[in-house]
Write a protein that binds this ligand. Structure first.
Ligand SMILES: [Zn+2]
Ligand SMILES: [Zn+2]
Length: 265
């Protein structure tokens, strides 16, 4: 089973455990790799130099026991598209614009409703289409190792029902962007942050499309607390297998720096 996680938040951004607590828990779980991905974002705002210094300190302290990677989760609204000091970046879209407002798609139902109604005239399909296109554009402008939570825009769809996630038009708009990303050799993440209520980002239809198009996956827990480091990994692996994947990817240190290696599912 997977003994690595690369999507990890800490008290330096919106996590509830310190980086060192995360390292100790990862060692307890038998992890060989632990990647930190503090938010490089407009909200939450992180003290990037302090964060990088602490992760670097832990890399030294635990060298030989676990491979610690100094990453970040780069948001689409962050002004610097190639921030220095990170060994890898996850490309994520959390925010969208509506007029002069910047609203988060996942933070609250209120913000999502405001975005939907004021930015997209209540048309959920239009909102999702714009969200997926923003992912492609974000990658095009930046530099990242893979895409985080591809369909995070559906975070509140179970309660607000603003889009039919089985609608062929919805899936086609996602597929178009997935095809572009696969062409760029960019894996998609299966994000298990909401696995406790059965939600994985993305779900089976998009993962099947990714597989058909020859794409690759990374499994991430998006942990904000030590109890979440390997949360939902079994569920994500089962979903991936059911969609035709026989391996996931992890980041390892190769002769030319970080590179992907395959782990059987
Ligand atoms: Zn995120
Ligand atoms: Zn995250």
């Amino acid at each position: 089973m997977l003994k690595a996680n690369y999507h990890t938040h800490t008290t330096y951004c919106d996590g509830r455990s310190t980086p060192e607590e995360m390292v100790l828990r990862a060692i307890e779980l038998g992890f060989e790799h632990l990647g930190f991905s503090g938010h490089v974002d407009i909200d939450p705002v992180m003290d990037v130099p302090a964060y990088l210094a602490e992760i670097t300190r832990l890399q030294e302290k635990y060298r030989g026991r676990i491979d610690i990677l100094r990453g970040g989760e780069l948001d689409n609204m962050y002004p610097d598209r190639r921030p220095a000091g990170f060994e890898y970046l996850i490309g994520s879209v959390h925010h969208m614009r509506s007029g002069d407002q910047v609203l988060a798609v996942d933070w609250s139902e209120e913000q999502l409703l405001c975005l939907l109604n004021e930015g997209f005239g209540g048309d959920g399909l239009k909102l999702c289409r714009a969200y997926f296109r923003l992912i492609a554009e974000t990658y095009h402008r930046g530099s990242c190792a893979w895409i985080g939570h591809f369909d995070l825009v559906t975070r509140h769809n179970h309660s607000l029902h603003f889009v039919d996630e089985e609608d062929p038009a919805y899936l086609a708009s996602a597929r178009e962007v997935i095809e572009y990303l696969v062409g760029e050799d960019l894996p998609l993440e299966i994000n298990t942050k909401q696995a406790h209520w059965g939600k994985l980002y993305p779900g089976a239809p998009m993962l099947k499309a990714l597989r058909e198009l020859g794409g690759e996956i990374v499994i991430s827990s998006d942990a904000h607390h030590i109890s979440e480091l390997d949360k939902g990994f079994d569920r994500a692996a089962a979903l991936a297998r059911s969609c035709g994947f026989d391996h996931a990817n992890i980041l390892v240190r190769g002769p030319r720096g970080l590179e992907f290696a395959q782990v059987a599912l």
